[in-house]
Design a binder for this molecule. Structure first.
Ligand code: PMV
Length: 379
């Protein structure tokens, strides 16, 4: 097999963060900051080179084969994902602590090994190099994009798909079923996040925009959206924020359930609004659709704040955006991390520039970008 090079985009959740964990609808769009992986088969070792999280490591094949024997893998391509006990053995092999398994570096090693050992019929030597434009731990889907690239490249190494079949569709890329790639990436996300909803691996695989509910993902033909993506630079833990919402829901189910239902209704309405935007054939119709989208963004942020997943840095961001007539919400788990300012067709460029400058002066990192980039791509 020749070397294979794949890339996957990051993601932004437009509606449905947190409520998606409880079976409500979410809408996510891909981001044109990408992770790229090149896999070169051959050599005498298994090499993983991931400079962003300080990994440059090589394992002699004898050691990898001994691990393989200990795990008792069935010797079939794409066997079942590793069990908890097997993941424990891999963690021991890598010398990683149990929980959390050693920060982003440990998680990246663990994700790689569990996919490599489950997807391949036998250990084979290869060199994998990964580079990423996505900051880690900011909620932009860096771990999902990494897992999607790993799953696709390893499936190809296992003899699946075809280099010649390079025309991507909504179901297939490089001859691989996107559903299968996303499924393997989900398993890797379970190691990183505990109980992920599955939205990150879906959007990073399919790209564009996806609607996601109760484990089912539907790619959407949504129009590209102009946004300011704003990094508060405040670190947060998705796992801890998800746990805090779960605790509030246990304490106050009669209060929290209606909020989750309202978030679901917002996401449903957003689907309709994105469809209206795609089919609008006059500037007036587009402006009406953007006005509706902006109203949904405002309400969404307020509902998420009511679940206590906002943060002073996010409230300041929403306030600065509002002072220029713009509409912002937190995106992802909240508690810091990222916010998104959704722009419109007729948003005044001066307002955008001033908002951006003020946010940057206050220490935020700002990207002006368009959401809706292609998903898994073979290069
Ligand atoms: O923190 P992020 O951007 O990875 O987003 C987490 C989104 C949640 O809905 C809070 C959790 C999930 O698994 O969907």
């Amino acid at each position: 097999m020749a070397a294979v090079s794949v890339s996957a985009p990051g993601k932004v959740i437009l509606h449905g963060e947190h409520s998606v964990v409880y079976g409500r609808r979410a809408v996510a769009l891909s981001l044109d900051l990408r992770t790229t992986l090149t896999l070169t088969p051959g050599g005498a070792r298994l090499v993983l080179d991931l400079p962003e999280v300080d990994i440059q490591q090589a394992w002699p094949m004898g050691e990898v084969e001994a691990l393989w024997e200990r795990l008792g893998q069935p010797g079939e391509a794409c066997a079942a994902p590793l069990t908890e006990a097997q993941v424990g053995q891999v963690r021991d092999f890598l010398g990683l602590p149990e929980d959390p398994p050693g920060g982003p570096r440990g998680l990246a090693l663990l994700s790689f090994f569990q996919l490599y050992l489950a997807i391949l019929p036998r250990p084979v030597p290869a060199t994998l190099r990964v580079t990423s434009q996505l900051p880690t731990g900011a909620g932009l889907g860096s771990s999902a994009a990494y897992a999607v690239c790993l799953s696709a490249a390893l499936l190809r190494l296992a003899g699946r798909g075809a280099a010649a079949d390079s025309t991507p569709s909504t179901e297939v890329s490089g001859g691989l079923s996107l559903q299968e790639v996303s499924g393997w990436a989900f398993r890797s996300e379970q190691i990183v996040h505990g109980t992920p909803s599955g939205i990150d691996n879906s959007i990073c695989t399919y790209g564009g925009a996806v609607s996601f509910k109760a484990g089912c993902c539907s790619p959407l033909g949504a129009p590209p959206l102009q946004v300011l993506l704003v990094n508060t630079r405040v670190p947060r833990s998705t796992k801890a924020l998800v746990a805090a919402v779960a605790a509030r829901r246990r304490r106050l189910p009669e209060v929290v359930e209606p909020v989750l239902d309202a978030l679901d209704a917002l996401a449903e309405r957003a689907l309709q609004t994105l469809a209206d935007l795609s089919s609008a054939d006059s500037p007036q119709q587009q402006d009406e659709a953007y006005a509706a989208l902006h109203e949904l963004v405002d309400i969404n942020h307020a509902l998420l704040a009511s679940l206590s997943v906002s943060h002073a840095s996010l409230e300041r961001l929403v306030g600065v955006a509002a002072s220029y007539g713009l509409h912002a919400k937190l995106t992802g788990a909240g508690g810091g991390g990222l916010g998104v300012v959704v722009l419109g067709r007729d948003t005044a460029p001066e307002a955008v520039d001033k908002c951006r400058s003020e946010l940057e002066a206050q220490g935020y990192q700002v990207w002006q970008t368009i959401l809706g980039a292609p998903g898994l791509t073979f290069h």
